[in-house]
Every structure is written in structure tokens, then in C-alpha cells.
Design a protein around this ligand. Structure first.
Ligand code: NDP
Length: 434
């Protein structure tokens, strides 16, 4: 069994699973309620809950309606069809712990453009108004909370009865299997990759679609879009465009190559991304703040710069691996460590670790521009309320934990070679500090 068992103990798993199950769904609903109905003010929601207690909370929890299910079903079916049908280059993923090499069709960018063009065309020609999505947002999140739980049960059963590859198996503990997942590369048939669907085509795509939705909703309400909303939408869309531009690279990252398809990752992509990741835009719908052209431009440029640096870090690492260490890094031959490791089937293999460029500044420097970019697309909300900044704070905690998780995994994979890398590049995330 892979990461799940080695990285997190059963105690941590039980604790995080119980927290995720009990705290995150109500949080998503309260976040939506506060943004949409309580002026983005945590204290207003707190006061409401203090006055009305548990019953008050039950009253604000929207029931999943037929409209919500229809919107989700149409979106999911459309994305699944694009994933299966649009043409794309054949791409091979990294070698799995069992020595398999998954094969993908790289059609993410095409799916992204078709999705956004279709959504805008539906609005433009008066066929479907995105405001409907905003008006049913609470019901949609509520349906996603229940729907993705059922989806994860399906993944668990599939993992037991019909695994798609040898990169699967039980830890012997039902809770760990459900939570961290059983299969690394679950598929329906030979070609429909479930993690590409949940993480990219549903999760990340919903981020772009909701960013547009919020912008259109503000336009429909006020007859214009405030510059704060324009900066926020532009930065979030540039970020998601970058994601789809680089989607095949994402298939080499921890989410796809190391984390199994279980409740942790699927719930995150199906519920947390559409709700929490999009929340700064959700806030701005009812807060058409005017920044003025100059400030708006400064924030836009700073955000684009961060997104570019984050992209360049990922690109540098992947180019370096793809060319087997022969790419140039900041105009020079890269400095590197040749690290050998043993797969679970006992084979000895080697990987190259880049120790110059961005990857020589710190071992996870790419998280710095990732967090900064999120800060810059939230900044248009200014500082009247705390809640729009929740995503930035959450992301900081997530990435600091992820850096530790990745270091632990790499240490156990590469042993003395990782120690050598840590000696050459001593800082984990922030050069000179941490
Ligand atoms: P990556 O998986 O891209 O990078 C870590 C992996 O790269 C390691 O597991 C190791 O894998 C390999 N590696 C580590 N050091 C080196 C090195 N020096 N040279 C070459 N290879 C190395 O990281 P993430 O998945 O965390 O991040 C990918 C992108 O996704 C980033 O842009 C990040 O900011 C973003 N992200 C965004 C999140 C969000 O919620 N917004 C969450 C997580 C990530 P191997 O076993 O192959 O050696």
C-alpha cells in the first residue's frame, strides 16, 4: 500500500476524517450563507446563530433541489463528454509505485475553451442565464456535499470489486481505505480517468465557470461590473487557464501520482474547490468595490507575475525531468542530484533532483507565488471583512502541510539522496526563513 499508510497514522486519519465529515459541510454552507445573505460578515452570521441556535442553522441549510441536481448533472455530463470525445495528444504519466505508466489524452485546454465559450454563448443568446447558478448556489453546494459522499462510496466499492490497475489495494482498515482511497488510477473502461474528471474537469473547471458566474451576476444586478470584480475574475481565470495549459504537467504531481482516489481528494475537488476556492469572487458579487484604475492595475500585474512565477517553477522542474537533466535553468546547465530508489516491486530506478533555479531557492518555493497569487485576487475585496481571506489562510496551511508530507515521502523514497538535497537546499518553503 502506498502513501496513505506510510504518511498518515490511523489516528490522524480518523481525526481528519471526522473533522472533514462533521466540520467542512456545515462550514461550506455557513460560508455561502455569510457571503450571499449576511454581507460577508462573520459576526452577523455568528449573531444570527447565537439568537436562533441549531434550529436557525438547520433553517439556513438549503435542501438539494431538482434545479440544483439538474445544473450539476448537465455540467458533469458535459465535462465527461468533452473529456472522452475531444481530440488530444497521447501523454504518458510518471511510473507508478507498482511500475505502471498511465496513459492520458491531453485535451484539457480544448475542454476549457469549449466550456467557457458554451457558457458565455448560452448567456449571450438568452438560453441560460448564469445568474440562475448564483441564485441556487446554496442548493448546489448542498447537493454536492451529499452527491460526492455517495460518489466516494462508489469509488470504495469499485476499488474492492473492480480495480483498474495493480496500483490499488486495501490497507486492511475500512476507514483508511475509504478516506485515503484504494486506487491510484481508477478508470471507467479503458479511457475515462476518474481523477482527471474529479480534479480537473469538474473541480478546476467549476472554479472558472463560477468565477464567470459571479462576474455576470454582478453585471445583471448593477448593469456594470466593478473594477474589483474584474481584477478578481481576470486573475482567477488566468490562474485556471494556466492550470489547463499545464494540465498534463499536473498529472505528474502528488495529487495524481501519489494520492489515491478517496474521500480526502475527491471531496476536496468536488465540494471544497467550487465553494471555498471561488469564495473571494462570491463575496464581491454583493460588494462592488471601486479600486480606481491605478490600484486595480497594480493588483492585476502583481497577481499575473505571481501566477507566472508559479507556472515557471512547475515548468522548470518538468522540463528538467523531461529532458533528463539537459534543459537550461536560468540560462545555465542545471545542477542536480541523481537519486536512486526502489519500487514496491523491488526494481531499482533513478530520478533526477534539480538543485538550481527555483528549486535551488527552497525545496517547495513554488508555494510562495501560489499563496501570493491567491492573496492578490482577494485583495480587491479590501479589508472590510475577514472572510474573503479565508481561502488564502486555508491555502497557506494546506501547502505548509503538503510540503511536510512531500518531504517525508521523498525522504523515505530517496533516503541519503534526499538528505543530500536538504543539505544543498536547506529551506523548505521560504528561502532564509523556513
Ligand atoms: P509537485 O508534485 O509538482 O512537486 C513535488 C514532487 O516533485 C515531489 O514529490 C518529487 O516527486 C518531485 N521533486 C521534488 N523535488 C524535486 C526536485 N528538486 N527536482 C525534481 N523533482 C523534484 O508539487 P505539488 O503537487 O505540491 O504542486 C504542483 C502545483 O500545484 C504547484 O504549482 C502548486 O502550487 C499547485 N498546488 C495548488 C494547490 C491548491 O490548492 N491551490 C494544492 C497543491 C498544489 P518524485 O517522486 O517524482 O521525485
Amino acid at each position: 500500500m502506498g502513501d496513505a499508510k506510510t504518511v498518515h497514522s490511523p489516528l490522524v486519519t480518523y481525526f481528519s476524517m471526522i473533522s472533514l465529515l462533521t466540520l467542512c459541510p456545515p462550514f461550506v454552507i455557513l460560508l455561502w450563507y455569510t457571503m450571499v445573505h449576511a454581507d460577508g460578515s462573520v459576526s452577523q452570521t455568528f449573531y444570527y446563530l447565537k439568537q436562533h441556535g441549531v434550529q436557525g442553522f438547520i433553517n439556513i441549510w438549503p435542501r438539494p433541489t431538482a434545479t440544483a441536481w439538474k445544473i450539476i448533472a448537465c455540467f458533469a455530463a458535459f465535462e465527461a463528454a468533452l473529456q472522452l470525445l475531444l481530440p488530444g495528444k497521447r501523454v504518458e504519466g510518471p511510473i507508478s509505485p507498482e511500475g505502471n505508466r498511465p496513459v492520458y489524452k491531453a485535451n484539457g485546454m480544448a475542454a476549457y475553451f469549449v466550456t467557457l465559450a458554451t457558457y458565455l454563448a448560452l448567456w449571450w443568446f438568452g438560453i441560460f442565464n448564469p445568474s440562475i447558478v448564483y441564485d441556487h448556489l446554496g442548493e448546489i453546494f448542498s447537493a454536492l456535499i451529499f452527491g460526492s459522499f455517495i460518489f466516494c462510496i462508489f469509488l470504495y466499492i469499485k476499488g474492492h470489486l473492480a480495480p483498474s490497475s495493480t496500483d490499488s489495494g486495501s490497507s486492511g482498515n475500512i476507514i483508511i481505505d475509504f478516506y485515503w482511497g484504494m486506487e491510484l488510477y481508477p478508470r471507467i473502461g479503458k479511457n475515462f480517468d476518474i481523477k482527471v474528471f474529479t480534479n480537473c474537469r469538474f473541480g478546476m473547471m467549476s472554479w472558472a465557470v463560477l468565477a464567470l458566474t459571479y462576474c455576470i451576476k454582478q453585471y445583471e444586478e448593477n448593469g456594470k461590473v466593478a473594477d474589483s470584480m474584474l481584477v478578481n475574475t481576470a486573475l482567477m481565470l488566468i490562474y485556471v487557464t494556466k492550470f489547463f495549459w499545464w494540465e498534463a504537467g499536473y498529472w505528474n504531481t502528488m495529487d495524481i501520482a501519489h494520492d489515491r482516489a478517496g474521500f480526502y481528494i475527491c471531496w476536496g475537488c468536488l465540494v471544497w474547490v467550487p465553494s471555498v476556492y471561488t469564495s473571494p469572487g462570491m463575496y464581491l458579487v454583493n460588494h462592488p468595490i471601486n479600486l480606481g484604475t491605478l490600484l486595480a492595475l497594480y493588483i492585476l500585474v502583481a497577481g499575473i507575475l505571481c501566477i507566472y512565477i508559479n507556472y515557471d517553477c512547475d515548468r522548470q522542474r518538468q522540463e528538467f525531468r523531461r529532458t533528463n537533466g539537459k534543459s537550461t535553468v536560468w540560462g545555465k546547465a542545471p545542477s542536480k542530484i541523481t537519486a536512486s530508489y526502489t519500487t514496491t516491486s523491488g526494481e531499482t530506478k533513478t530520478s533526477l533532483l534539480l538543485t538550481s533555479g527555483w528549486w535551488g531557492l527552497s525545496r517547495h518555493f513554488h508555494y510562495v507565488p501560489e499563496i501570493s497569487a491567491a492573496f492578490f485576487w482577494t485583495l480587491p475585496a479590501l479589508f472590510n471583512h475577514f472572510l474573503p481571506y479565508f481561502y488564502v489562510i486555508f491555502l497557506t496551511i494546506l501547502l505548509f502541510d503538503r510540503a511536510k508530507r512531500d518531504d517525508d515521502r521523498c525522504r523515505s523514497k530517496y533516503g541519503k539522496y534526499w538528505k543530500l538535497y536538504c543539505e544543498k537546499v536547506p529551506y523548505r518553503i521560504i528561502p532564509g526563513i523556513y
